[in-house]
Design a protein around this ligand. Structure first.
Ligand SMILES: Nc1ncnc2c1ncn2[C@@H]1O[C@H](COP(=O)(O)OP(=O)(O)O)[C@@H](O)[C@H]1O
Ligand SMILES: [Mg+2]
Length: 576
């Protein structure tokens, strides 16, 4: 709340005023009894009601201002926390996303932040206002009759121990509830994303059953939560009634004896009963606050994680001059024990086209991912022009790289914006050129809205091949010196692949390229081909050299060409 101290200070001031005015019925009742009824003071009969109304007008005004400020601040806080979380999550290393599902993150950004909001309003508004009221009433009862007051409040410390116990339980329950809620969100997210497969496999019922299991887990926690949250209220009320009853009996007898005025007695009893409301509320705020804290813990667990850039250097990478070198690179995923890459030594010269082939799971994608620093090598390092890539800022490193991934990811936006995604400054002509080169233009012209067509979540309204061509156009437009094509043309039919390949060949001419492909016809013309097997480079050379070598590559080649026989085109992949 640091940034809002000015406003919060004003709200606190309002809280104090409102809380104090809320105690005004006590003296008013006392004066009414003693001055009007007993002393028959007619002037007071006119003044007291006016004061009474006046007080509540002031209270109403302050209360409104206070609410405006507090709810305003709490919404600002929610928005700013959501923004902070969004930005922070975007700057966390990729490995973070392997532990946290999209749905769970969604839940943290929405549910956990919301639950924090209530604690802000509670803390500043209810807590302060009620404490002030309580302090005011405390003063009144002691002022009216200190000995009765002592007798009346001596019982309350009894409540502290059981309620602090309850608070601890609530905190745990709050956390559990938020966790289950995150699982629920996650499940919904996944279930709707996978709707096609769920229908195709007839799994709607199973999904529904799992969902209701998750929900009933949540229900159980919430019911427990209510059970504990609601204990303090009646408990305090009973304690209050005990001390109130005692005062009526004890004080009442003193009034009958004439030792104390009726006004004082009535005012005391009113003040005493008025105290229960804030006391009860304070305990309730305290218990509710525990649930909020559980949400806050979850939010700050994310916000406190170190960002990806914190492990990167500051150097600028102006471009590629000579070489990219993998030096004795070994790598294992943090979540796995087995090495995925083993002692990879590789030197790629500027403008070279390097093809990487190998069975699926060989580590091809992992190898190029290291170049982007999505992960860092477990051992060894990667150098560009002799400088370890860890010394560059991530932004400047990635500015030099263009990527077409295996799973093309498109955004639920227009085709135009999807192509221009990585190059916001590109001119209209550049976008068109990239689009034509990747053969996007040819199918876009047939669409009703042309480039303004929105393509649905992840591009569901397009075919796989069309999606891939947009992804290629995006990479072409990016115009980076290093190009990474990870099975970029695998969803294209042979005809469009040939066309797109021609565009890519043009593009690769002035660039350093890493091309991963299953179809050997795609990689045949690479300057060099490496064969990756179980994370190791087992063969390396040109197409002709590798064929002559009679190794794995030659075997792949044979397999693919046996399938079709004639033109050397084959959809057969390098799967075992
Ligand atoms: N995020 C990950 N966490 C753990 N293991 C992974 C992860 N991604 C890939 N792997 C494993 O690493 C190996 C290599 O994967 P990958 O580089 O994607 O293979 P390829 O691209 O050659 O098909 C596989 O055995 C795969 O199971
Ligand atoms: Mg792969």
């Amino acid at each position: 709340m640091g940034p809002y101290w000015g406003k919060v200070g004003l709200a606190i001031f309002c809280s104090v005023v409102v809380g104090l005015i809320a105690t005004s019925p006590v003296p008013i009742i006392q004066k009414t009894f003693d001055e009007i009824f007993v002393n028959k003071d007619y002037k007071m009969l006119q003044i007291i009601p006016l004061i009474f109304v006046g007080m509540y007008v002031v209270k109403g005004g302050f209360s409104y201002i206070q609410n405006l400020i507090i709810f305003g601040v709490s919404w600002e806080l929610v928005i700013s926390l959501r923004k902070q979380m969004f930005d922070h999550i975007h700057s966390l290393p990729l490995s973070f996303f392997e532990e946290e599902s999209t749905g769970r993150l969604l839940s943290k950004i929405t549910n956990d932040v919301s639950i924090m909001q209530s604690s802000v309003t509670n803390l500043v508004k209810e807590l302060l206002q009620n404490s002030m009221m309580l302090v005011g009433l405390f003063c009144w009862v002691f002022y009216l009759k200190w000995d009765w007051a002592l007798m009346a409040v001596v019982i309350f410390p009894l409540a502290v121990f059981p309620i602090s116990n309850i608070a601890r339980k609530l905190r745990r329950l709050g956390r559990k509830g938020q966790e289950i809620l995150a699982d629920v969100t996650s499940y919904i997210h996944e279930s709707f994303s996978g709707v096609k497969i769920i229908r195709a496999f007839g799994m709607e019922e199973a999904q529904s059953k799992n969902f209701s299991e998750l929900n009933s887990g949540f229900l159980k926690v919430m019911k427990k939560n209510v059970k504990y949250t609601e204990i303090p209220s009646p408990f305090m009320e009973i304690l209050g009634a005990v001390s109130g009853g005692f005062i009526i009996w004890f004080g009442g007898s003193q009034v009958l004896d004439g030792a104390v005025s009726q006004g004082t007695f009535i005012a005391f009893i009113v003040a005493l009963f008025m105290m229960y409301a804030p006391v009860r509320l304070l305990f309730k705020i305290y218990t509710r606050f525990q649930t909020s804290l559980a949400g806050a813990e979850r939010v700050f667990e994310v916000l406190d994680r170190p960002v990806e850039e914190s492990e990167a250097g500051k150097k600028e990478l102006p471009g590629l001059n000579k070489t990219i070198e993998f030096r004795d690179v070994s790598f294992k995923y943090p979540s796995r024990a087995a090495m995925v890459l083993k002692n990879v030594d590789l030197e790629v010269k500027k403008s070279e086209i390097l093809a990487i082939v190998g069975m699926s799971g060989a580590g091809k994608t992992t190898l190029v991912d290291l170049l982007f620093r999505f992960f860092d090598p477990t051992q060894g390092g990667i150098e560009i022009d002799g400088v370890d890539i860890r010394e560059f800022s991530l932004k400047s490193l990635r500015n030099n790289l263009a990527l077409v991934t295996q799973e093309t990811f498109l955004f639920n936006d227009t085709i135009w914006n999807n192509i221009a995604f990585g190059a916001p400054e590109a001119s209209k002509e550049d976008v068109m050129e990239a689009s034509r080169a990747a053969h996007v233009d040819s199918f876009v012209q047939a669409l009703d809205d042309k480039y303004e067509t929105t393509i649905g979540e992840r591009g569901v309204k397009l075919s796989g091949g069309q999606r891939q061509r947009i992804a290629i156009a995006r990479a072409i437009l990016r115009n980076a010196p290093i190009l990474v094509l990870d099975e970029a043309t695998s969803s294209l039919d042979s005809e469009s692949e040939k066309l797109v390949q021609a565009a890519l060949d043009n593009l690769m001419e002035h660039r350093t390229s890493f091309v991963i492909a299953h179809r050997l016809s795609t990689v045949k013309h690479a300057d060099r081909i490496i064969v990756l097997s179980h994370g190791e480079i087992v063969e390396s050379g040109t197409h002709d050299q590798l064929l002559a070598h009679c190794g794995i590559y030659q075997k792949y080649h044979e397999m693919q060409f046996l399938d079709v026989g004639d033109k050397g085109e084959s959809a057969a992949e390098l799967e075992p």
